[in-house]
Design a protein around this ligand. Structure first.
Ligand code: GAP
Length: 457
């Protein structure tokens, strides 16, 4: 089921996944803080991504470049000149709005529209701001966060918080060639923060100002981009379904029209997802041609070409870029996992996470908290298991029913209970525990010696 955004936001706050950024000061729009379970879920997604796209391959090199970069990087990449969204201003309140969003909200599809066209449609239809006031001309708003490095605030000290992690990879292209001498095709991968001064952050962690991206710049021979593009297109879906357990029916791949592509892209396919607020972009895939390496070569005067030992030719490689927004992946995983049902006549909310992404793999508890012999045995089982599976949790708060509800709500696949049978009250059950399955509520007795394998497999 796809639930409402309100249900997801409320569960995330209640159970320590995600909090509003700077909450005690009234918040800061477009920023969110991750709590213990949010961090665990995010790291699981990131690790699955890193495993599939970096560790399990020989030809993708991991990097972690600085967020602050020389301003010339962003001039060469075209971001200083063209990384902008269409903006219109309420002429009375001076509040600013995304022109394309206003059009969409008024039933006009803004895809493929130029700035002039949006302006014309707003005027033609007499559209007003959400407060009912007249709107100014549509113009471009650059989304990069600008700052200064060092104590002097002049043009030379201008720097930007990177708007995409990609830039840090293109400028390290030569370093990777010189250190590792890779043969084409090869790629670079990076996970990290990016910053965009979104005019209208919205939909929880979907559109934020401080985001995390997981990106690959994959370099290929100039006429060889298509098969690599198609392979990544397929693998993006495999990552979503096989690694994260998303419902294939909620995933849609959409070719992007030329007018709507980023300035560097000659061909783009977005992977969209059925979020609670509708079908929206989850991932991107772009054929960036030789645009970036050539632009940086021209601007830096450092040669970023490649010498092919076999053909004895020198050329600038072309680039295919699969890009993944980590926050949007979290939102997709949370909204697909959210379930409501009834168990033992009681309504329950639970997160049906795939075991691989679940932030807690199993919770261990004594049947009763006030029986020292049960608590001691449960502690022993918990400590041994935690050494083998670190994402295991201890819980002895409230009665057993409450503990089950609590673990269900954070998506823990298994609850392990140590009871009197574990201590040998029924000799045949000595040194066994009960394991309860989150989805079915069914319980099974399992020997302590087999616990780890049972949970993992
Ligand atoms: N390097 C290419 C690039 O940055 P993009 O389509 O602008 O392409 C890539 O962004 C991905 O980053 C998107 O598919 C989305 O998952 C995520 N993303 C972009 N802007 C975002 C925002 N304001 N908030 C959250 N995620 C965002």
């Amino acid at each position: 089921m796809t639930t409402s955004m309100e249900n997801i936001i409320s569960l995330c706050k209640r159970r320590g996944f995600i909090y509003q950024g700077s909450e005690i000061y009234g918040g800061l729009a477009g920023t969110w803080d991750y709590g213990p379970l949010g961090v665990a879920l995010k790291k699981n997604i990131e690790n699955l991504w890193w495993k599939r796209f970096v560790l399990d391959r020989e030809n993708i090199y991991g990097v972690d470049a600085a967020i602050l970069m020389n301003q010339d990087v962003w001039k060469a990449s075209g971001h200083v000149g063209g990384f902008s969204d269409p903006l219109t201003e309420d002429l009375k309140t001076k509040k600013r709005y995304r022109a394309d969003h206003l059009l969409e909200e008024n039933g006009v599809d803004p895809r493929g529209m130029t700035l002039e066209k949006m302006d014309a449609v707003i005027k033609e239809k007499g559209l007003k701001s959400p407060e009912g006031n007249p709107l100014g001309d549509v113009r471009q708003f650059n989304m990069m966060f600008k700052t200064h490095a060092g104590a002097t605030q002049d043009d030379a000290s201008i720097t930007y918080l990177r708007p995409e992690t990609a830039g840090g990879m293109f400028v390290n292209f030569k370093n990777i060639i010189d250190s590792f001498h890779p043969k084409l095709p090869f790629g670079m991968a990076q996970v990290g923060k990016a910053f965009r001064n979104e005019i209208a952050p919205r939909d929880f962690i979907f559109r934020v100002r401080e985001l995390e991206q997981m990106e690959i710049e994959f370099f290929v021979k100039p006429d060889d981009w298509k098969p690599h593009f198609e392979r990544f297109q397929k693998e993006q879906v495999e990552f979503l379904t096989q690694d994260l357990g998303l419902n294939p029916a909620h995933i849609h791949q959409v070719e992007i029209a030329a007018e709507d592509r980023a300035h560097y892209s000659k061909w783009s396919v977005d992977t969209e997802f059925d979020f609670p607020m509708g079908q929206k972009e989850l991932l991107g895939l772009a054929y960036r041609t030789d645009f970036d390496l050539k632009s940086h070569t021209t601007a830096s005067k450092v040669d970023l070409s490649y010498y092919d030992e076999e053909t004895k030719e020198r050329f600038t490689p072309h680039c295919v870029e699969p890009t993944f927004g980590l926050g949007r992946l979290m939102l997709a995983v949370l909204s697909d996992a959210y379930q409501e049902d009834e168990q033992n006549g009681e309504k329950r909310v639970y997160l049906k996470f795939d075991k691989k992404v679940a932030p807690v793999k199993a919770a261990v508890f004594p049947l009763l908290k006030n029986k020292p012999e049960l608590v001691a045995k449960a502690r022993e089982v918990y400590s041994a298991l935690k050494k083998q599976i670190p994402q295991v949790m201890w819980d002895d708060n409230g009665n057993i029913g409450k503990r089950y509800r609590r673990q269900d709500e954070i998506g823990t696949p298994y609850c392990v209970t140590i009871d009197f049978d574990t201590l040998g009250e029924t000799p045949a059950h000595a040194d066994t525990v009960t394991i309860r399955d989150r989805d079915t509520g069914k319980q099974e007795r399992v020997p302590i010696s087999k616990l780890k394998d049972w949970i993992l497999n």
